[in-house]
Every structure is written in structure tokens, then in C-alpha cells.
Design a binder for this molecule. Structure first.
Ligand SMILES: Nc1ncnc2c1ncn2[C@@H]1O[C@H](COP(=O)(O)OP(=O)(O)O)[C@@H](O)[C@H]1O
Ligand SMILES: [Mg+2]
Length: 372
């Protein structure tokens, strides 16, 4: 209470306000109110609280004497205006061509893993791709803390885990939610992060049984993604790797303060003669740090054949679809359609009335009509 309340500013750091709290008791009261709303407690016996407000913002509280200068409450507000595909093309995180490929992969219900280091932008990238899901599909997401924000037109049921209470009761784990989600007739399953063996097994089983799955993984390259998946603590059988249709790797260049899609790869069978692992990565696109641009590194994309096998499209038709999607994305950028609900509206329209969207884009019309 001797300390003023402070706010964090992206550019200026922690700043003092002219507000102070009345008493230590008042801080405790607030912490208790927050805890109760989400079915948790904060007491001398369990003096640490990690929870979220009803608004979804994350809260942490600590009690004295654990925090020796007094009780604390820290609120981390999540972005009210989340990133979108338009932002990430504009700030050069990814090219429209690569996003068009990802759109295709998501439209045709293939599975995707986003890899990268801590803070490389995995979750953000996963989030911007989700509006590519058609509106008549059921999406179940499973996270430890709510980070994903999807546009309203999607049929989305977010689930979050819960820690046990001080008596060790009431815990809801990632695995509980994953198993439960399969009983909710999902079309698409988003799992925040792959960390443990049992979760990974169930997730890969879900892919195998025809659900489309998206998740993130801590790995720096496509090759490392394979290694992390087949080795402890995740240890999925190598044969299951062919369920991963696309691997996107994010990279954070701390020196330049930028985040980029670093590699786009698919996992293809290794020739038996050089056999070490059953699968190896085939890199489709790679970021070139010198020119700060992402370049195609092969013409040979196994995915196209797989999509063809599902849909009857020829490889040339698949390429045509990617071209059209690329054009739509560039039109979004050109017209600065960048808010998540706006992008959502265009995507929704694309799925219910593809011809109109294609016409508007081909005739280079304004987005007005599609945003009504
Ligand atoms: N492509 C990007 N361009 C700029 N900032 C980004 C980008 N991706 C993520 N960020 C920011 O970086 C931080 C970490 O992103 P996040 O997606 O949570 O990373 P990860 O899931 O890999 O830990 C967030 O503050 C987010 O807003
Ligand atoms: Mg993350």
C-alpha cells in the first residue's frame, strides 16, 4: 500500500500512477473476489493465485509474507485487437503465397503443427490462420490459459484447463479436455501446445480418425520438430508422423526485433537406403535472412497430390486455387481489411458464396459490400 499502482507501457516500461490502494486488506478482498468467480481460493495456506477475469484477462495474486513487501495483484490484459492475416502480410511475418497454401491446407481439413521457440509467435500465428476454417465446422480449442481469439462467425467452443484446489481436487487437465473434446463431435481440434506423451498420443489418434488438428510445439526447425515428436518426453511412434501435413516454423530475430515464418515443411518418407528415421522434412519454403524474404525451395509438393486424392482436383487445379486465395489475401491487404471480425466476414462469405468474393476481388472492388 505504500507503493502506488503501476501500469506497464510497451515503450516506457513500468510507470507509477497517482492511485494507491487503501489497505492490504483491500488487495486481499479483490484477490478473493477474483478467485471465487473462477472457483478458486487464495489463503495464507495457498498464497499464490493464477486465474483469469471473466473478461478473459489473466490475473496473478500473491499474499504477504510470501511477497514480503505486501499483497500483489498483476493483471495481464490480452489484446483487444488481435493480429490478423492482413497484419502479418503487412509486417512481413509471412508472404501471401505461403498463407494461401496454409488456407488450402485448412480448408481441406489437413493437420498442421506450428513450431518455434518461446515468444517466437507460434500462438499468434496459429490464431491468425483459424479464420480459414469454414463456418459450418465445429471447432474445439484446448488451452491452459485462454489466448486464442476467433471471429464470431466460427462455431467455436473454447475449453481451458484448471489446476487442483488446495485439497488437490477439481483438476481438469489437457488430457481430460482432449478426451472429452472427442465426444463433442468436433471437426477441428486446436490444442495450445504439445508437451506430454499421453496428450500427443490422443492428439495423433484424433488426426488418424479424421479430425483436423492444429497445435504448437517447442522446436526451432522442421527437422527438430520431427526429433522432438518421436523422442522423449513426447515419443509418438514414427509411423504417425505422416498425419502431420504441414509444419510451419516461426523464428524470432531478437537483434532486429522481428518475427518471421522461417520454414514451411512437410514430412515425407525417407528412402530406405539412408534410413535413420521413417520420415524426413521436405522444406517447401524458407526465409532468407539476408533479403528478409521467404522463398520457395521446391516445386515438388506432396501435399498437392494428397489434396487431389481427397477432392479429385488435379495438381494444376490445386495451384489455381492457391493463386486465387493469394489474390484474395492481397486484396484484403490492399483494402486494409485487418480487424478480426472483418476478416472473419470475408472468410464466411467466401465459404457460403465463393463466386461473389472472387468477383469482387477480380474486379478490384471495394470491400464494402462484403463487410455489411
Ligand atoms: N508476427 C508477429 N509480429 C509481431 N509481433 C508478434 C508476431 N507474433 C507474435 N507477436 C508478439 O510476440 C509475443 C509472443 O507471441 P506468442 O504468439 O505468444 O508466442 P509463442 O506462442 O511462440 O510463445 C506477443 O506479444 C505477440 O503479440
Ligand atoms: Mg504460445
Amino acid at each position: 500500500t505504500k507503493e502506488p499502482i503501476r501500469v506497464y507501457h510497451k515503450k516506457y516500461g513500468w510507470l507509477r500512477t497517482n492511485i494507491t490502494s487503501e489497505s492490504e486488506g483491500q488487495i486481499l478482498n479483490y484477490a478473493n473476489t477474483i478467485a471465487r468467480r473462477v472457483g478458486r481460493e487464495i489463503t495464507t495456506l495457498s498464497p499464490l493465485l493464477d486465474a483469469h477475469l471473466v473478461t478473459g484477462d489473466r490475473v496473478n495474486a500473491t499474499l504477504a509474507p510470501i511477497s514480503t513487501k505486501g499483497n500483489t495483484i498483476t493483471i495481464r490484459k490480452f489484446a483487444r485487437d488481435p493480429w490478423t492475416v492482413t497484419d502479418f502480410i503487412q509486417n512481413k511475418t509471412v508472404s501471401s503465397e505461403v498463407l494461401a497454401l496454409i488456407w488450402l491446407v485448412i480448408q481441406y481439413e489437413m493437420n498442421m503443427i506450428i513450431s518455434g521457440g518461446t515468444g517466437s509467435g507460434k500462438t499468434s500465428f496459429l490464431n491468425i490462420c483459424m479464420p480459414f476454417i469454414p463456418p459450418n465446422h465445429r471447432i474445439i480449442s484446448i488451452e491452459d490459459t485462454r489466448e486464442l481469439q476467433l471471429p464470431k462467425f466460427l462455431y467455436w467452443c473454447p475449453l481451458t484447463t484448471r489446476e487442483p484446489n488446495p485439497e488437490g481436487k477439481g483438476e481438469v487437465t489437457m488430457l481430460d479436455l482432449l478426451v472429452n473434446s472427442l465426444r463433442m463431435r468436433p471437426d477441428r481440434i486446436i490444442m495450445g501446445e504439445i508437451r506430454k506423451q499421453r496428450e500427443a498420443e490422443v492428439l495423433f489418434e484424433a488426426m488418424h480418425t479424421g479430425h483436423s488438428v492444429y497445435s504448437t510445439l517447442h522446436a526451432d526447425t522442421c527437422a527438430q520438430t520431427i526429433n522432438r515428436l518421436v523422442n522423449p518426453p513426447i515419443s509418438i511412434p514414427e509411423s504417425m508422423l505422416d498425419s502431420v501435413h504441414l509444419n510451419v516454423v516461426m523464428f524470432r530475430d531478437r537483434r532486429r526485433g522481428i518475427r518471421r515464418v522461417f520454414e514451411i515443411g512437410e514430412f515425407i518418407p525417407n528412402p530406405t537406403t539412408v534410413r535413420e528415421l521413417t520420415f524426413r522434412p521436405s522444406i517447401l519454403y524458407r526465409w532468407d535472412p539476408r533479403t528478409d524474404s521467404i522463398k520457395a525451395s521446391t516445386e515438388d509438393i506432396a501435399l498437392y497430390e494428397k489434396i487431389g486424392a481427397h477432392t479429385g482436383l488435379s495438381v494444376d487445379e490445386v495451384r489455381g486455387e492457391i493463386e486465387m486465395k493469394k489474390k484474395i489475401l492481397e486484396w484484403l491487404v490492399k483494402n486494409n481489411v485487418r480487424q478480426v471480425e472483418e476478416v472473419g466476414k470475408v472468410m464466411n462469405r467466401y465459404y457460403v458464396d465463393t463466386e461473389t468474393v472472387i468477383d469482387v476481388v477480380n474486379n478490384d472492388q471495394s470491400p464494402k459490400e462484403l463487410l455489411e
